[in-house]
Design a protein around this ligand. Structure first.
Ligand code: PLP
Length: 318
């Protein structure tokens, strides 16, 4: 405990959890021009990113020492910055270089690499967002997946919550953001029902997305995914690209709850895990309850592309 804390008798004792460097994942962050261990990467409580969720971010993954589709993630991140009128002192190459450095310094060959910008804080605690100094940060930590190894094999058990995703008229979902209260409440609904994760609805009552993933349904061998009110996921886009190569039909359109329940196959997509099968919705099996052939085929193609130089770039490890 610091000297000041020792000198204040009525200060409640805080658990070591908040100061123990081992309670952070092993990784490297970039903050204020410095590369730091994750345990030292801290933001001010006065930052609008923390106080108002006024931030945008993107996450790319590294697999076998290679970034997967980094350009698409940079496009989305810089698009979000523009729409939120945020500026950072780095261009695309600068950000890419920082992401390379964080990953190389972390030594991780399978990593979850995040770039983010908060509105920042203003020296006067002004209520005018234009006075805040925007803050860019990045970090690389070990790769994590929405679905664990067992779930990837047998398929996830999902529940559809009645919570409604924040509508696009309020927040353009193409600005990747931390407005997750709807998703987190959906997740608790799912846990209450014995499921492993959740899907929530769009403002018309159709299926939207889940906490950190998009969803696909396969029917009569054709794929569809919700068109509106969802983050245009890079993994979702990758499924469209893979389908084009594999001669499969894939469309973005309204997907009702009934359509999802009556599917032949369902899977979710995320940078955190790729293409992940769903075999149960609200306790009822999808088709025969097994991971379907189109899902398995796309999963295999997806991971094959991680070594393809057209789809991936090597990290500059020392
Ligand atoms: N939807 C939401 C709300 C997300 O946060 C994410 C990823 O974090 C996704 C979908 C999937 O997007 P991507 O495939 O780009 O990881």
């Amino acid at each position: 405990m610091s000297r000041i804390a020792q000198d204040i008798p009525f200060l409640p004792q805080v658990g070591d959890r908040h100061v123990d460097p081992h309670s952070y994942p092993d990784g490297i962050a970039f903050l204020d021009g410095q590369y730091l261990p994750m345990s030292q990467a801290k933001v001010s409580v006065l930052d609008w990113g923390f106080l108002h969720s006024d931030a945008t971010y993107d996450t790319v993954h590294v697999w076998n020492g290679r970034f997967f589709r980094l350009d698409l993630h940079l496009d989305r991140f810089f698009g979000g910055l523009d729409k939120l009128r945020m500026t950072i002192p780095f261009d695309r190459d600068g950000v890419a270089g920082i992401l390379h450095n964080c990953t190389a310094l972390s030594g991780h060959r399978a990593a979850y690499v995040e770039m983010l910008c908060t509105r920042g804080a203003s020296p006067t605690f002004s209520r005018d967002p234009r006075q805040a100094i925007n803050r860019f940060m990045a970090f690389a930590v070990p790769f994590g997946s929405v679905a664990n190894a067992e779930q990837l094999q047998r398929g996830l058990r999902v529940s559809i919550s009645d919570k409604v995703r924040i509508p696009p008229a309020s927040i353009d979902p193409a600005i990747k953001n931390y407005h997750w209260l709807d998703l987190v409440r959906g997740l608790y609904d799912a846990y209450d029902r014995g499921a492993e994760t959740a899907l929530i609805l769009d403002f018309n009552g159709n299926v939207a997305e889940g906490p950190g993933f998009n969803v696909f349904r396969v029917k009569d061998g054709r794929l569809s995914t919700p068109a509106i009110g969802v983050l245009p996921g890079i993994t979702r886009r990758t499924v469209f690209d893979l389908c084009a190569e594999a001669g499969l039909s894939a469309t973005a359109k309204d997907v009702s709850v009934a359509m999802l329940r009556g599917a032949e196959e369902v899977f979710i997509t995320s940078t955190a895990g790729g293409i992940m099968p769903v075999t149960e919705i609200d306790g009822a099996e999808i088709a025969d309850g097994k991971v379907g052939p189109i899902t398995s085929r796309l999963m295999a193609l997806y991971w094959q592309k991680h070594d393809d130089p057209d789809w991936s770039t090597p990290v500059n490890y020392p």
